[in-house]
Design a protein around this ligand. Structure first.
Ligand SMILES: Nc1ncnc2c1ncn2[C@@H]1O[C@H](COP(=O)(O)OP(=O)(O)OP(=O)(O)O)[C@@H](O)[C@H]1O
Ligand SMILES: [Mg+2]
Length: 241
């Protein structure tokens, strides 16, 4: 269903998207007339003040909440008004990395990564253990595969989260402040790793951050304010200076 013509179709295409929370007197608009296209293979950073709607937009794109008004196409598929089954299908093509890494505390690093593979039928035939080990090695955790999250540092946990998000080679990775809990050096390492793996796999990345020090990894920076996309396509070189 998500076959994509990489040459022409944007990975993400949003047209006049609006989003409201609540109903009746409590109904409040969180997103206003969002228009955005992200091409396959692009790395885009989204920034903007707290409460401006970044997470809301990311969760709509990821099918974690349903979009109602406007058009939101992910990998060519319209998901505005999509049903639960369609959203579940969509989520299989997306890797998520959140600020709080959301690792399963009762599973080891390797088991956390392997679990993500087990959601994908096409990987059941292979050796999920070997795949998980290979991915953890590529994020520098070959010595820590059998550790539980509580015995890992913040940066190591975030690297497990990256391994988990990328092990199934998703076409799109959505990352919501993946470096927020990390020091400068670990934060930088984590995004450079995401960048490297994404380029290898040819996947599209949308990364929300407040961290000015990582803006230079992006092909493009977009800015949200009060539920609106106020700038799209700011020249990365200018912004970083
Ligand atoms: N589940 C919800 N119910 C009602 N309002 C919500 C809900 N989630 C978010 N909002 C509101 O929508 C607006 C945008 O929130 P959102 O979480 O998208 O902001 P953000 O840009 O991610 O902020 P931050 O940088 O602090 O993470 C805020 O005013 C928030 O209060
Ligand atoms: Mg947020």
């Amino acid at each position: 269903m998500f076959d994509q013509n990489l040459n022409s179709e944007p990975a993400i295409a949003i047209y006049q998207l609006n989003h409201f929370f609540g109903t009746g007197a409590l109904r409040k608009q969180a997103l206003f007339d969002i228009n955005l296209e992200i091409q396959a293979g692009e790395i885009v950073i989204m920034t903007g003040p707290s409460g401006s709607g970044k997470t809301t937009l990311l969760t709509l794109m990821g099918g974690l909440r349903s979009a109602q008004i406007g058009s939101l196409k992910i990998l060519g598929q319209e998901i505005c008004g999509a049903n639960k089954h369609q959203l579940t299908q969509l989520r299989r093509n997306i890797g998520y990395i959140f600020q709080a890494h959301n690792l399963m505390t009762f599973l080891t690093a390797k088991e956390n990564v392997r679990m993500s593979l087990e959601l994908h039928e096409q990987y059941l035939a292979g050796d999920p253990n070997a795949k998980a080990e290979e991915m953890l090695t590529s994020v520098g955790l070959e010595e820590r595969m059998d550790y539980y999250p509580e015995s890992l540092s913040g940066g190591q946990r975030q690297r497990v989260a990256i391994a988990r998000a990328l092990v199934s080679h998703p076409k799109i990775v959505l990352a919501d402040e993946p470096t927020a809990a990390l020091d400068k050096k670990s934060g930088r390492d984590v995004v450079e790793l995401m960048q490297k793996l994404a380029k290898q796999q040819g996947c599209t990345i949308l990364l929300v951050t407040h961290d000015n020090r990582i803006l230079d990894i992006a092909d493009r920076i977009i800015y949200m304010e009060d539920g609106k996309l106020v700038s799209d396509g700011v020249d990365v070189a200018m912004k970083v200076k």
